[in-house]
Ligand binder design. Structure first.
Ligand SMILES: Nc1ncnc2c1ncn2[C@@H]1O[C@H](COP(=O)(O)OP(=O)(O)OP(=O)(O)O)[C@@H](O)[C@H]1O
Ligand SMILES: [Mg+2]
Length: 201
């Protein structure tokens, strides 16, 4: 980095933003197979928090590849860069005081560790734990069908590994939970951690 690039301190502090928002910022990092329910549950959580007056934002898989990361492919180096950019954008949002959700398959432990290292204490790993057989049955985007027929290469769970979190902060076995129950479990965790207080009901 150039020596001529100097950090400018912000006039509005992190603490002042938190005080106005009435909650702490955090990064809910949802990980799980395609079709496990990351987007569905992350959106349900976001809805509950938003309706309760929290300041939130959700970064979702394919949407980010439409814009910010449109130049990135799926090779190893691009994958790392994909996660790095998502995490850096999340950090800006954390600095703005938001409760940020990210819904990416993020199949590799090392990539998630990188995100955790960059985001620090704010990082909350949410394992959307759905058996491959259930995801394949749901197949909301028809991707498993394509992966099985060989139309999509390196598909997580079929032709590319998924490394499950070893000790996630939140574990959501969705085959045994409704979407509402899973979302409520995330909200309870945020309350236990004093990230939110009171809201939502
Ligand atoms: N208990 C549950 N929790 C979450 N989703 C469920 C549950 N039961 C059924 N579903 C359905 O499973 C599907 C999950 O799809 P979703 O798009 O949320 O997965 P995803 O993890 O975001 O996948 P991708 O990585 O491809 O974006 C939805 O159609 C949802 O309605
Ligand atoms: Mg999704």
């Amino acid at each position: 980095m150039s020596k001529n690039i100097v950090w400018h301190n912000a006039a509005v502090s992190h603490q002042q933003r938190q005080a106005r928002n009435g909650h702490q910022p955090c990064l809910l990092w949802y990980t799980g197979l395609s079709g496990s329910g990351k987007s569905t549950i992350a959106n349900a959580v976001d809805r509950l928090l938003f309706d309760a007056g929290c300041h939130t934002y959700l970064l979702d898989g394919d949407n980010v590849r439409h814009g910010l990361n449109r130049d990135l492919g799926f090779a190893a180096a691009s994958r790392v860069e994909n996660i790095r950019r998502i995490t850096e954008v999340s950090r800006l949002m954390l600095d703005a005081g938001l409760i940020v959700g990210t819904a990416f398959i993020s199949p590799f432990i090392a990539d998630r560790a990188q995100a955790k290292a960059l985001a620090g204490d704010a990082f909350i790993e949410v394992f959307v734990d759905t058996p491959l057989s259930v995801c394949e049955q749901r197949d909301p985007k028809g991707l498993y069908k394509k992966a099985r027929s060989g139309e999509i290469a390196h598909f997580t769970g079929i032709s590319s590994p998924y490394e499950a979190p070893l000790s996630p902060d939140i574990h959501l076995p969705t085959a045994e939970l409704t979407i509402e129950q899973a979302a409520r479990q995330v909200i309870s965790f945020l309350r236990q951690r004093d990230i939110i207080s009171g809201q939502p009901d």
